[in-house]
Design a protein around this ligand. Structure first.
Ligand SMILES: [Zn+2]
Length: 324
């Protein structure tokens, strides 16, 4: 068994995962991100020890996923915006030393994409592009069941590809026009609130779903309102699909994957419209056979972080070729 650890901005999950990617048991504890590095580690240990109590003798290795940026080569968490507790923190050794088991670490999008590629919706394909859309947009490129790392391990930050360099929307990374700033959950909700406030009559269905308050509109409600033919919600999502199509069309020209998988909360929510997104992407690529590329929902839902952490042990010598 692999002991999988999934670290987030609000919680730490740990679980026992078998060699087929099944999460056998799991637990979660709150994460303290505003204290010291070792206070944050206490939360991690609490979750790990709970799982160790269940299956210590069967555990052969530990896999960890955490928000980036981090260096998967040396196991150092560099400067994640939502983990202020850790700056250039040697997370891998902090865990390895305590449990005397080998540890692998990667960022959450890479890990989730790998789990989908080896066990999930991408298991029948060689070249997998994984896209997770939630509060941000993350990507992973998995080629023949191996994460593509790039020169130093910083590759596949597709969410920060700019599709509107003159745009006035600044992404959290500081650049204008990143797809993350334009099409992730917060961007969808903000666009819908603005459009609904400008024309409340046309957005009556959406506003009713938000209990009459434009400020209550969330991405989930926008998607619900599209199902109910609300014209404002539909317009916001059409705009979002156009942006995703431009972006994905570019990526198809660069990597021509066999399959594109959509994970994350918003990724799951837009599953009914993957055909529309594919059609849009085909308009923004020169690849004449882009329509043959499969656009599929990811398989793992809530367990994606744990499956991803465990999947890091499916790769053989994953970080061998990277520059220090
Ligand atoms: Zn960005």
């Amino acid at each position: 068994l692999i002991l999988a650890v999934d670290i987030g901005g609000t919680k730490v999950a740990a679980g026992l995962v078998d060699e087929s990617g099944h999460v056998l048991s799991s637990c979660r504890v709150p994460m303290n991100v505003n204290g010291t590095a070792s206070e944050a580690m206490d939360c991690v240990h609490q979750a790990v020890e709970r799982m160790m109590a269940e299956g210590r003798r069967a555990v052969t290795a530990i896999g960890v996923s955490s928000p980036g940026p981090l260096n998967p080569h040396d196991g150092i968490v560099v400067s994640p915006p939502n983990l202020p507790c850790w700056r250039n923190f040697d997370l891998r050794h902090a865990i390895e030393d305590r449990y005397e088991l080998p540890v692998r670490l990667d960022n959450d999008a890479n890990a989730a994409g790998l789990a989908e590629a080896v066990w999930g919706a991408g298991r029948d394909y060689r070249y997998v592009l994984y896209i997770t859309i939630g509060t941000g947009i993350g990507t992973a490129l998995v080629l023949d069941r191996h994460i593509y790392y790039g020169r130093t391990g910083a590759a596949a930050e597709g969410g920060h590809m700019t599709i509107d360099c003159r745009g006035d929307v600044l992404c959290g990374c500081g650049k204008p026009g990143c797809i993350e700033g334009l099409a992730a959950g917060p961007a969808i909700a903000a666009a819908a609130r603005k459009a609904a406030a400008a024309d409340p009559e046309r957005a009556s269905t959406l506003i009713a779903l938000a209990n009459g308050k434009v400020g209550n509109i969330t991405t989930e409600l926008v998607l619900e309102a599209v199902h109910e033919q609300d014209p404002v919600a539909t317009q916001v999502m059409t705009q979002t699909f156009l942006r995703l199509g431009v972006w994905i069309g570019n990526m198809i020209d660069l990597v021509e994957p066999d399959v594109i998988l959509f994970g994350g909360g918003v990724g799951a929510g837009i599953a009914p419209w993957l055909g529309e997104i594919c059609t849009e992407a085909c308009r923004w690529t020169i690849n004449g056979r882009a329509n043959e590329i499969k656009f599929l929902p990811a398989m793992y839902g809530a367990d994606t972080g744990l499956a991803g952490s465990a999947a890091l042990w499916v790769q053989d010598k994953p970080q061998q070729a990277m520059v220090k």
